[in-house]
Design a protein around this ligand. Structure first.
Ligand SMILES: Nc1ncnc2c1ncn2[C@@H]1O[C@H](COP(=O)(O)OP(=O)(O)OP(=O)(O)O)[C@@H](O)[C@H]1O
Length: 914
């Protein structure tokens, strides 16, 4: 599975859940996969056909989506095509039923209408799964029901023993059950991942449709375009789409347009140009939604409040699918909230109308929110987000002014009570403002003592207060049929009871944009730097020259894509290009090591890329072959680094952090540091480092994970345990887990979770015993011996003496002495090796003593044959030790050569057979 992943997709490790899902599919189990947009669901059905060499059939709702996926798969050397009513090439169906494709996409209509002989032929040649992408379309409870999806159950009888896989990013429990029932799944393996899109920044702003706001928007978008980012602007009306499109065009921004009144051809052309980066911005209605598979969209703007949080999550989820920090801004006007009747116009049943209203109300609450937006979104989707602040939404990064609104809150709540609690917010607000409308006179509300007591404040001010009180639980909003009712909640009644007309308990509430007036609020925002929102899009982790190189490489990729008629992202992702800019590989072998570089890319464009990297690096005075692991690319949208002066780290913790982070000592070394009055436990130091991290000290998370042996599998296990028992106490989590998963692992996961560190930092799985126990050179520590050249399976035995280390060997050799084979039983403590940069990474590795006293020559076939014995890989030092008749130079050349021929590959500095 891992080899397939590297060969076709260029990735060296699975993301959480992917491996387990693929394993279950390969075992023939039905699977339901509910995972966030961009979390890597597609890979779960794309890998199995390549492993077992049978076709995967994927049902997908949109033609454009299928076409994009086919295009991207072909760029990976995967045989893929699609069948739909729009397919003009008649040979595709015939080729498909003869098993010519690894992956075949079909529309649901086509899948249900194609003859049964098609399926029986396909069964004969081999079909490994039937995946239903965007599976929420099956359910009438979902937000995007498609009636054709309902008929897919027919296929169950035709393909009785083939695993069915339903995949979606948004499914409530009701929808999940509906999917499983509709697809007649049998005891499915269900995966529900987190909805949290950690690389996305969420922000909301109220606006008025005005020329000045449009200018502001255009300025914002041009900043994103300058940072080489794609943007989608979703509008609620075609009129808005046309207006914004015009403004952006006038500003010289390459902009596309997409809405339901355009003809098919024009829409397709818009879509095509956008995914090929010929257009930088797309202004669209939500018709441009689910079909967007472009991974490098950096900015999604909603110009107007969406009709539900489900659709907001889906649409904003198009952003940053490649894991790079990206932004989602929602601009709303109060009139957006009055559109419920419009949205209800086609709903004939009362419960449908209520569902539509409730959905809009949830979106409205999201807009008016003054607390953490991520927490609210996740809570809405039923996921517990234990922290109160995510640090990556406008509310968490902006300090809002608070004001005592006890008197106004008292008036509003008292008025709602006096009006009988049978109205929305408009009626009590009109009463307070002293309106004498017919409705008020008819209800005799003009006689209420509160009538006119709030006339000095605007209606919008009072409504904004109403929403604050709703979100703080003082008021309750309910929907019945077409009507919304606001009443005073028990918490509000408690407040009223403890208040007197001239004296109320203090009630501090945040001043929202509508309360302080737009102009004043805007000044406030710039004071807090909210509109410096694009900062996260800057090239974190890259120096100025590297950022320049990155931009040049983007252009090179664009030229290549144009030449072969594909989208730039299909050649390789932005993240991969960033890593290339960071490491500047000078050989194909080194290029192959970069995450995201697959065999097809290497074969087709490897030389071209190497040529460009060399010449561009020279132009920019950048050296070649750097080490990416020194500067991991951070995928967090907003840095949480706290200025030094504000850190609350105690001196002991800060000292420990400095020794670990700056001096490169291991936790153990820091714990036993000679200058310490008394040694402390390794775990204590580890805790200090995590505390320092939480206080904003910089951490190399890859190194931390590596040092404690935290792999993706362990992370996934811990995540599952946390989902089950919560994260408040460590013991219950530990009890859920296998013995070998330690408290250190759990604490690291919790900190990573709290600090929103991407799991990409976790090094690919490796046996625990090869973990680097020490970062600096240390020659006296003992590491285990195994029958494996670089490691062994099973528990570590740090006391067992082993043979000479290769570093030792090198120094002996360079002294002209040659290697004296070690005798394991009598050898003194094993010295640790710090291999030189060429031969290995900066991590020390244990190797066993040479098994041979005779010099063994290295040849291509002898090396390939020998590698067959070591599925977990070997280090160059191991090879040199085994083939002790060869030189270091020869070993390196041979490895480079085999790697660029894609016969071997390197993972975590260990080489293994492809
Ligand atoms: N194991 C992995 N390592 C690195 N990148 C990965 C891995 N798996 C997937 N990706 C990348 O993550 C991005 C999103 O993956 P994918 O398209 O499969 O997401 P998805 O969950 O299907 O999203 P959506 O719901 O939006 O369709 C892609 O660019 C993909 O290549």
């Amino acid at each position: 599975m891992e080899l397939t992943l590297k060969k076709y997709f260029g990735y060296s490790a699975f993301r959480p859940y992917q491996k387990e899902i693929i394993e279950n599919i390969l075992q023939g189990k039905d699977c339901l996969v509910v995972m966030a947009t961009g979390s890597g669901k597609s890979l779960c059905y794309q890998v199995p056909p390549l492993v077992v060499n049978k076709t995967a059939v994927v049902i997908s709702p949109l033609l454009s989506l299928m076409q994009d996926q086919v295009m991207a798969l072909r760029q990976r050397g995967i045989k893929a095509d699609h069948l739909s009513s729009a397919q003009t090439d008649l040979s595709v169906q015939c080729n498909a039923e003869h098993g010519q494709f690894d992956i075949l996409y079909m529309t649901p209509e086509k899948a249900c209408s194609v003859s049964t002989s098609f399926w029986s032929n396909l069964l004969d040649v081999g079909i490994c799964l039937l995946a239903v992408d965007e599976a929420h379309c099956i359910s009438e409870w979902g937000h995007d029901f498609r009636v054709e999806y309902k008929h897919l159950d027919k296929l169950r009888n035709i393909l009785p023993n083939i695993p069915f896989v339903g995949l979606t990013a948004t499914a409530t429990e009701k929808v999940r059950i509906d999917i499983m029932n509709s697809l007649k799944m049998r005891d499915p393996y269900v995966t529900i991942g987190s909805f949290d899109r950690t690389n996305l920044f969420y922000g909301v702003k109220s606006f008025n449709r005005s020329v000045s706001f449009e200018e502001e928007l255009v300025e914002e978008v041009s900043k994103c375009v300058a940072n080489a980012g794609s943007t989608i602007i979703y509008c609620t009306t075609i009129k808005d789409v046309e207006q914004i499109f015009k403004s952006l065009l006038e500003a010289g921004i390459k902009t596309g347009i997409y809405h339901g009144q355009m003809d098919n051809k024009a829409r397709q052309e818009s879509h095509r140009s956008f995914i090929r980066d010929e257009l930088h911005v797309m202004v669209a209605t939500i018709a441009f939604g689910m079909g967007i598979d472009k991974p490098n969209i950096r900015y999604v703007i909603h110009y107007g409040c969406p009709k539900s949080l489900e659709s907001y999550y889906q649409e904003s989820g198009r952003c940053g699918r490649d894991g790079i920090a990206s932004m989602c801004w929602l601009y709303y006007t109060r009139s957006d909230f009055a559109k419920a009747d419009f949205y209800c116009r086609e709903a004939s049943l009362e419960n449908q109308r209520r569902a539509i209203k409730e959905s809009l109300m949830a979106a409205q609450r999201y807009c008016m929110l003054t607390t953490c937006r991520r927490k609210f979104l996740l809570d809405y989707f039923g996921e517990k987000y234990t922290s109160d602040k995510c640090g990556t939404c406008d509310n968490c990064t902006t300090s809002r002014k608070e004001s005592d609104m006890s008197k106004e809150a008292f008036l509003l709540m008292a008025c709602i009570q006096s009006c009988g609690g049978n109205w929305g917010l408009n009626m009590p607000v009109d009463v307070l403002r002293g309106s004498r409308s017919k409705k008020i006179l008819n209800a005799h509300f003009d006689k209420l003592p509160l009538h006119g007591l709030g006339k000095e404040l605007s209606a919008n001010w009072w409504k904004a207060l109403g929403y604050l009180l709703i979100s703080d639980g003082y008021l309750t909003e309910t929907v019945e049929d077409k009507f919304k009712f606001v009443s005073v909640s028990p918490k509000g009644l408690q407040f009223l009871r403890s208040s007197k007309p001239d004296n109320q308990p203090t009630l501090l509430l945040p001043v929202t944009s509508e309360m302080s007036g737009d102009e004043e609020y805007r000044n406030k925002l710039s004071e807090f730097g909210e509109f410096n929102g694009l900062a996260p899009l800057k090239n974190e982790g890259l120096s100025e020259e590297e950022a320049q190189l990155y931009k040049m490489l983007l252009e090179e990729r664009m030229k290549l894509a144009r030449a072969v008629g594909t989208a730039p992202y299909a050649i390789c992702g932005d993240q991969t290009l960033k890593k290339i800019a960071l490491t500047r590989p000078s050989t194909n072998a080194r290029l192959a090591n970069i995450d995201g570089v697959n065999q097809h890319l290497l074969m087709k464009y490897g030389n071209h890329f190497i040529g460009s990297i060399k010449s561009l690096s020279q132009q920019l005075n950048l050296s070649l072959d750097g080490d990416a692991s020194l500067q991991p690319i951070v995928t967090k949208p907003v840095m949480t680094t706290v200025p030094k002066t504000e850190r609350k780290v105690t001196p002991a913790k800060f000292e420990a952090w400095k020794m670990w982070h700056e001096d490169g000592l291991s936790f153990l070394k820091v714990a036993n540091f000679p200058g310490r009055p008394a040694p402390v436990k390794e775990e204590t130091i580890f805790g200090y480092i995590l505390d320092a991290a939480e206080e904003g000290c910089a951490i190399d998370w890859s190194r931390l994970c590596q040092e404690i042996g935290l792999t993706c599998e362990i992370f996934t296990n811990i995540h599952a345990a946390i989902s089950k028992v919560g994260k408040d106490k460590l013991k219950p989590i530990k009890n859920e887990l296998p013995e070998e998963i330690s408290y250190m692992h759990i604490k690291a996961c919790l900190s990573m979770h709290n600090l929103r560190v991407s799991t990409d930092v976790i090094p690919p799985s490796q046996p625990r015993c090869i973990r680097a126990r020490e970062h600096s050179i240390q020659r006296s520590e003992v590491l285990p011996r195994s029958n494996h050249p670089s490691c062994m399976e099973g528990p570590c035995d740090y006391e067992k003496p082993v043979g000479n280390m290769i570093g030792h060997y090198f120094s002996e050799r360079s002294g002209g002495e040659g290697l004296v084979p070690a005798d394991n039983s009598t050898s003194p403590k094993q010295p640790l090796v710090y291999t030189n940069d060429l031969l290995s990474s900066s991590k020390r590795q244990k190797v066993e003593a040479s098994e041979h006293s005779l010099a063994l020559e290295l040849t291509k076939s002898s090396l390939l044959n020998w590698l067959k014995n070591y599925n977990d890989g070997v280090s160059p030092s191991d090879i040199l030790e085994h083939f002790n008749g060869s030189t270091e130079k020869l070993v390196l050349e041979m490895l480079n050569c085999l790697e660029s021929e894609f016969l071997i590959f390197k993972k975590n500095n260990l080489y293994m057979l492809m």
